[in-house]
Design a protein around this ligand. Structure first.
Ligand code: 5GP
Ligand code: MN
Length: 340
């Protein structure tokens, strides 16, 4: 639950009308965009001058979201991104916990004199970068934390349909449509309250999940049929997609989301890894079942991190070398992957 010290400190910081920038992580997902836009609308209602700035674009299945056309993308509007960050008095960092994770915004952020506020649910935050922080790894999503923040500030009565839709998008996508990270009753009471504020949950679900292109669905099929390896000894599934695969399926940002979860539906699989060859690095997405920590694994070997059961990472070698690295470290985890 949100602590009253954070609420009173932030209430002081938000006195008057302030210049505020909301940022989130590079390659923003549903929770990054949902939590940012919800906070954006609320702070506007409270009379602040607010902008949302992220490094690069978000998947088209989030393009329906109210306010998404107002988001400043550094990759396509660098001068505006720089200008608003430089003039910000307060900078919110949502759904990420280390300035490095903001991608191309990081140098602007490091030079800023603004008050930095962290609201996040990832493991091992770099708290020294933030003047104020509210983080809880046991909460489903940053969007749920934003809801708690609104309640703490006693502005939850101002949640309207747009804000509710943004918060629900973050909760729904970060829980895989309520299939994981749902151990707290608070996730469901939050959603119940959002419905009372005008949320049409079925409509939001459909906008996000029933808006695929044919090529994206076929890329999923190809990933399973042609690119999935099962390493039985370690209860591990690995999918590798090379640059040509992405070209063949007319890859658009967001098209590989969800693929890494699919192998977890096999009873024996405890660890699933998607390796994707990007323009100048190798991108990794990791998922696990049970107590196996992909956050720890990624921090140790893959230059990333995240949550217990969902994490990301990066390497700067080749696809084959990344695969070899994984095959080399798997034996270290044999016990954890084969005994529950
Ligand atoms: P995804 O596989 O969906 O890209 O990422 C899974 C989760 O791990 C998300 O919550 C994402 O924000 C987080 N994540 C992805 N990459 C990194 C990383 O490099 N560092 C940290 N700390 N978290 C990451
Ligand atoms: Mn999140």
């Amino acid at each position: 639950m949100i602590d009253s010290e954070f609420v009173s400190s932030i209430a002081k910081v938000l006195l008057g009308s302030r210049k505020i920038v909301i940022t989130s992580h590079t390659n923003p997902d549903g929770d990054a965009i949902g939590s940012s836009l919800a906070l954006y609308f609320m702070l506007q209602k409270l009379g602040h001058d607010v902008n949302v700035v992220v490094a690069n674009s978000f998947p088209s299945f989030l393009g329906w979201m109210p306010g998404s056309d107002q988001i400043i993308l550094h990759e396509s509007n660098a001068s505006k991104a720089k200008e608003v960050i430089e003039s910000a008095e307060i900078i919110f960092c949502l759904d990420y916990n280390a300035i490095q994770r903001s991608g191309s915004l990081k140098d602007f952020l490091k030079n800023s004199q603004a008050i930095f506020v962290l609201i996040d649910h990832h493991r091992e935050p770099e708290l020294e970068s933030f003047a104020l922080f509210f983080w809880d790894i046991n909460i489903s999503s940053t969007s749920e934390l934003i809801y708690q923040f609104f309640c703490g500030m006693e502005v939850n009565n101002l949640i309207d349909k747009d804000i509710a839709s943004c918060l629900f998008t973050g909760i729904m996508t970060d829980t895989g449509s309520f299939s994981h990270a749902i151990g707290n009753a608070s996730t469901f009471t939050t959603v119940a309250s959002l419905i009372e504020s005008g949320l049409d949950a079925a409509d939001v679900h459909s906008q996000v999940y029933n808006s695929m292109t044919e090529s994206r669905l076929r890329l999923m099929g190809f990933s399973i049929n042609d690119r999935l390896q099962i390493i039985e000894k370690y209860n591990t599934a690995i999918i590798t997609l090379n640059k040509q695969d992405l070209i063949d399926f007319d890859y658009q940002i967001g098209d590989t989301e969800g693929i890494v979860n699919l192998p977890l539906s096999i009873d024996s699989i405890r660890l699933s890894i998607l390796i994707t060859e990007r323009k100048d690095y190798i991108h990794l997405s990791l998922r696990s079942k049970g107590s196996f920590s992909v956050n720890d694994l990624s921090r140790k070997y893959l230059n990333g991190g995240g949550h217990l059961n969902a994490a990301g990472g990066k390497t700067f070698t080749t696809l084959q070398q990344t695969l070899d690295l994984i095959l080399n470290f798997l034996p270290e985890f044999e016990k954890e992957l084969t005994h529950e």
